[in-house]
Design a binder for this molecule. Structure first.
Ligand code: GBH
Length: 471
């Protein structure tokens, strides 16, 4: 079943970053410990019917109380980097710097210090979806007040942690924040308005990101010498019939409305033309007097353009465009939106190189799930990592995409947002019905570790090595 794709030998550049990632709400638990404020995910998950089985992150993986254990897992994986996020309401309970929760700040110092002591570099995301509820009560991402609050929050984090953290990611997946949070309403805060409000939320997310980048650039970069950017998620859209112009156009439109929605303003300048034109036409046809897509002023376009030090990319799956469907030959996973399609990864990396000015690309998430009965022999995950990483190698070696690092999602099974604990993305299995939340390696742990340790797939013809994967 898990047949090898056409396989390339080769290794990544010497300074390639190998990591694994998590996010605060999905693993920490301790939802009201030591003065933490409420987040929109606390409220959402406590609202019956919002999360599968009414699961919530009250305890999650209890990582708040299991620091040493988690550092042990990271050491076992031999990763050079750990991508984590800071819970905004844990450090600023009401979202503002008027009220600082020093106990929360101390917790992140302990995490970061422990990572550095283990020689693992922290990559810290400022916002992975857990907005302080106090800010949501003032409009959340629909109000431009959030832009100032985010700037202050970012400034605060750089001032406290910037001497230790050299990799910052402002915001994780604006597409999901805007569309699922404020359009479909399937994610917190559950605002249902599939018409225009997701464009308003997205607009404010872009401005907030740009302000955080400028604070770092103006006030901290010279001294702290770190790098800061945003993480965008994107599927790859393949034309269903590559010889049919309609399908080619549909695939391009899909990319413009998905990745391009956020990548264009930041990497090129302003929203892309197809998005502006199509949304305006549809808005006018619906009897509105202007486009549902907000406009940036010329000054805003310039302020946002170029606010990146690398291209943070989360990638999982591909679609066939005409209408969007999955190819029936792609292997399934534990999530119905995720089909295993390694080749799309290579094409997406090349596309980013070509469309967005050949930026250094940091893959900030990539991974696969399972559901149902626990089976620690997760062959599908090893298959997924081997083939996606090998396609990334081809993008790097053959297509010349400047991929600087790779981060597997996820360190361990955790709260998969609205799917609760039912979809498991972890390299380590976590038993969420056991009060101790024990972590157990799946067979993909030694598998991924071999790729990390060997920096890819060295060719046996280049000399003997112990990089043959254990499967
Ligand atoms: C990432 O999002 C997130 O950054 C991470 O926190 C998450 O755990 C990981 O992926 C795995 O999902 O239930 O059919 O409505 C990737 C984008 C957004 C894809 C939510 C799946 C839900 C689809 N994901 N989406 S559905």
């Amino acid at each position: 079943r898990f047949q090898r794709h056409k396989y390339h030998y080769g290794t990544f550049p010497q300074d390639f970053l190998w990591g694994v990632s998590s996010s605060a709400y999905q693993i920490e638990g301790a939802w009201r410990a030591d003065g933490k404020g409420m987040s929109i995910w606390d409220k959402f998950s406590h609202t019956p019917g919002k999360v599968l089985h009414n699961d919530n992150g009250d305890i999650a993986c209890d990582s708040y109380n299991k620091l040493e254990i988690d550092i042990g897992l990271l050491k076992q994986l031999k990763v050079t980097h750990y991508r984590m996020s800071i819970s905004w309401p844990r450090v600023l309970p009401d979202g503002t710097t008027n009220n600082i929760n020093e106990a929360g700040v101390d917790y992140y110092h302990r995490v970061i210090d422990a990572l550095l002591a283990a020689n693992i570099q922290p990559q810290v995301t400022l916002y992975h979806w857990d907005l302080p509820q106090a800010l949501e009560d003032q409009g959340g991402w629909l109000s431009d007040m959030v832009v100032d609050r985010f700037r202050e929050y970012a400034d605060f984090l750089f001032s406290r942690f910037g001497h230790k953290v050299k990799f910052w990611i402002t915001i994780n997946e604006p597409y999901i924040i805007a569309l699922l949070g404020y359009g479909y309403g399937s994610f917190a805060p559950g605002n249902h308005d599939p018409g225009s409000l997701h464009y308003v939320a997205g607009h404010n997310v872009i401005k907030a990101h740009a302000e955080a980048w400028h604070v770092y650039n103006d006030k901290y970069r010279a001294e702290q010498k770190g790098r800061i950017s945003i993480t965008l998620n994107s599927d790859w859209a393949e034309p269903r019939n590559p010889y049919k112009q309609e399908d080619i156009d549909a695939a391009k439109r899909y990319m413009d409305f998905f990745l391009g929605w956020f990548a264009n303003p930041i990497f090129v300048g302003d929203y892309n033309e197809p998005m502006k034109r199509i949304i305006r036409e549809r808005s006018l046809a619906n009897g509105l007097d202007k486009s549902r897509l907000p406009e940036f002023t010329p000054a805003e376009i310039e302020r946002i353009r170029g606010t990146h030090d690398f291209f943070g990319l989360n990638h999982y799956t591909s679609v066939l465009a005409f209408m969007v469907i999955s190819d029936r030959t792609w292997l399934e996973s534990g999530s119905n939106w995720l089909k295993i399609a390694p080749l799309g990864f290579r094409k997406l990396l090349k596309y980013i190189k070509d469309e967005y000015g050949d930026p250094p690309i940091l893959v900030t998430e990539n991974g696969v799930s399972e559901n149902g009965p626990v089976d620690l022999n997760d062959e599908h995950r090893s298959y997924f990592y081997e083939n996606y990483i090998n396609e990334m190698l081809k993008a790097n070696m053959t297509d010349g995409a400047n991929v600087i690092g790779y981060t597997a999602w996820s360190l361990m099974d955790n709260l998969e947002w609205a799917s609760g604990y039912g979809e498991r993305f972890g390299l380590f299995y976590v038993n969420h019905t056991n009060a101790d939340r024990p972590r157990t390696p799946k067979t993909s742990v030694p598998f991924y570790t071999t790729i990390v340790r060997c920096n890819g797939f060295p060719n046996p013809a280049d000399g003997p090595h112990d990089c043959t994967n254990p499967l």
